[in-house]
Design a protein around this ligand. Structure first.
Ligand code: G6P
Length: 366
């Protein structure tokens, strides 16, 4: 057992530390050209001619899809719909020829995702699977498959498969942008260069460790509720951070679009509430800082995830720093401190992070 964990105390911690490799392996031979991405698994004509993309997934894979939606719309200028598979399959969706449906599932066996993919295929859409498992059912149900290359994940809470899925969504968005002529070669070169640097940045962050994360965990591990906020690509990062904490520490969490805070969650805030805000560099950072101020005025504790070198003023109690990168790519870095924070808190609460109660790694039932 100890040998399987490669010297780490749990599989989850080992897998968190494998994330630089998960991204590096996933992008490797797909980013050999400086100004573009190659995905020979997918038909160029299909990607060029698509009028709409629909992404279906569950759990953490759903959050990867949400990030993909922002990148696909921003870079490839194609409309993207996104739904959790268990909703999509039961809402008699309008889908058919001309649509590309992407099912994201690390296991390739999640029943709801498979059912949503099959439904779309029956109605004439082209179906692409994004999965980590060779030969899984999703690969058989789809017209084509793009593999993530995270290696086997054992911890029930997904970590390295998530960053690999996000990397695939960026690859797909860049490929489509090139085929559809929606990004200049200069911008594509910049993005490919930045993407290739991400594994290095993840590695440095993980090697350095973080006293701030340990301190925040010590201070808040007995709290009953955490609120997570984010905007734009920071929103799915918030959703994923909140899911990680809930899954392994059993602390109630809510994750919200920061702009929606005033329509509900703000009523939950008191002196005791830790509020995790994803505040990495982006065109919406000023808006996020305003949200942080609104939280602070209510006396709650702000834990910000911010880009190194960015001044958030003195509004956050604690700031978890991530290296600079292109703002669209920030999720690959910003999720890491949130995984570690959830991990530390769960350990302080004495819980089995690899096998949380009531959860399964693969959900093959409704
Ligand atoms: C379960 C797992 C999650 C995972 C979800 C979707 O709930 O506990 O970690 O995100 O299933 O799994 P999939 O294999 O489809 O990505």
């Amino acid at each position: 057992d100890a040998a399987e964990k490669g010297g780490f105390e749990t599989f989850m911690l080992k897998e968190i530390h494998e994330q630089a490799d998960a991204v590096a392996d996933t992008i490797a031979d797909r980013t050999v050209r400086p100004d573009g991405v190659d995905l020979p698994e997918l038909d160029d004509e299909l990607l060029r001619g698509a009028t709409r993309l629909i992404i279906v997934a569950c759990g953490t894979s759903y959050h990867a899809g949400l990030i993909g939606r922002y990148a696909l719309e921003e870079w490839a200028r194609i409309p993207v719909e996104m739904d959790v598979a268990s909703e999509y399959r039961y809402r008699n969706p309008v889908v058919g020829p001309g649509d590309i449906v992407i099912g994201i599932t690390q296991s390739g066996e999640t029943l709801d995702t498979l059912a949503a993919m099959r439904l779309a295929r029956e109605r004439g859409a082209t179906v692409i699977a994004v999965t980590n498992i060779m030969g899984s059912q999703a690969t058989r149900d789809a017209h084509s498959t793009v593999y993530t290359r995270a290696g086997l994940e054992i911890g029930v809470a997904a970590t390295k498969t998530f960053v690999a899925q996000v990397a695939v969504m960026y690859l797909l968005a860049l490929r489509m942008a090139e085929l559809r002529g929606t990004l200049t070669p200069e911008r594509r070169t910049e993005l490919v260069t930045r993407l290739k640097r991400i594994p290095h940045d993840i590695g440095v962050m993980l090697d350095k460790g973080s006293e701030t994360i340990d301190r925040v965990a010590e201070r808040h591990f007995e709290k009953e509720f955490f609120l997570y906020l984010g905007r734009h690509v920071g929103l799915p990062v918030s959703l994923e951070g909140a899911l990680k904490l809930k899954e392994i520490s059993y602390i109630a969490t809510d994750a919200y679009a920061a702009g929606e805070m005033k329509h509900g969650p703000i009523a939950l805030l008191d002196q005791d509430t830790p509020v995790v805000v994803v505040a990495t560099d982006s065109p919406v950072l000023e808006k996020v800082i305003s949200n942080i101020q609104e939280v602070k005025v209510r006396g709650a504790h702000v834990i910000a995830v911010a880009t190194e070198g960015t001044d958030l003023g003195d509004n956050a109690e604690d700031t978890l720093r991530v290296p600079p990168t292109d703002w669209m790519l920030q999720p690959l870095l910003a999720v890491i401190p949130l995984q570690l924070l959830a991990y530390r808190i769960a350990r302080l609460r004495g819980l089995n992070v690899d096998q949380p109660r009531n959860l399964a790694k693969t959900v093959t039932v409704e």
